[in-house]
Design a protein. Structure first.
Length: 199
């Protein structure tokens, strides 16, 4: 019963935080401000997230879920692994251009960039990478059998792809379709190398 009650409250608080960020930016966000927008006590906000950094982590993980929905959808529309990776990467990178949380990091001047989100997507990205790798790896196994890689090799390959996409999202240097093509090219090389070594 507690879980059923708490989950909607957390979503309301995350929605409230996102609303404040859209209107006035992350730097102006306070736990009290979220409480006012959501119509709850400030203590409720602290109970859910601990502090502002904890809130940033939960916002990032919720946003990751949206990114992974796009990844699964795009991979499912392709018939080969390389094409699936290309489509999924492009979808994630295009979404990154539209994501409020990503824009909070990427479009600010360096001295204005938010430390919480930047840390979560770079130095503290372990949880995000782990969750993304699990979803992408399972999608590869479900959609493109048989994969010419051992399970540990596939794990490494998928993690490399996830980290390249994360890097391209936070520090874009090419248009999404070009960056996605580059990543897919690397995957193609790995698959060809694995096929040769099996002969």
């Amino acid at each position: 019963m507690t879980v059923e009650v708490r989950a909607p409250v957390r979503e309301r608080l995350l929605d409230a935080a996102q609303d404040v960020i859209e209107r006035s930016g992350w730097s102006s966000l306070t736990m009290a401000g979220i409480a006012d927008v959501a119509g709850v006590s400030r203590q409720t906000v602290y109970n859910e997230f601990g502090n502002k950094h904890g809130l940033a982590e939960q916002l990032a993980m919720r946003e990751l879920g949206r990114f992974l929905d796009v990844v699964r959808q795009r991979m499912g529309a392709e018939t080969t692994l390389v094409d699936g990776i290309r489509a999924a990467c492009e979808g994630a990178l295009l979404m990154g251009e539209q994501s409020l949380l990503v824009r909070t990091i990427v479009t600010s001047l360096p001295e204005e960039q938010d430390a919480d989100f930047l840390q979560i997507l770079t130095t503290e990205s372990g949880e995000i990478v782990e969750a993304a790798v699990a979803v992408v790896k399972q999608s590869v196994l479900d959609l493109y059998p048989p994969v010419p890689l051992t399970d540990p090799e596939l794990e490494v390959a998928v993690e490399v792809v996830v980290r390249l996409v994360l890097s391209a999202i936070t520090r874009p240097s090419k248009p999404p379709h070009e960056a996605a093509g580059d990543i897919a090219w690397v995957v193609g090389l790995a698959l060809r190398g694995a096929a040769i070594s099996d002969q």
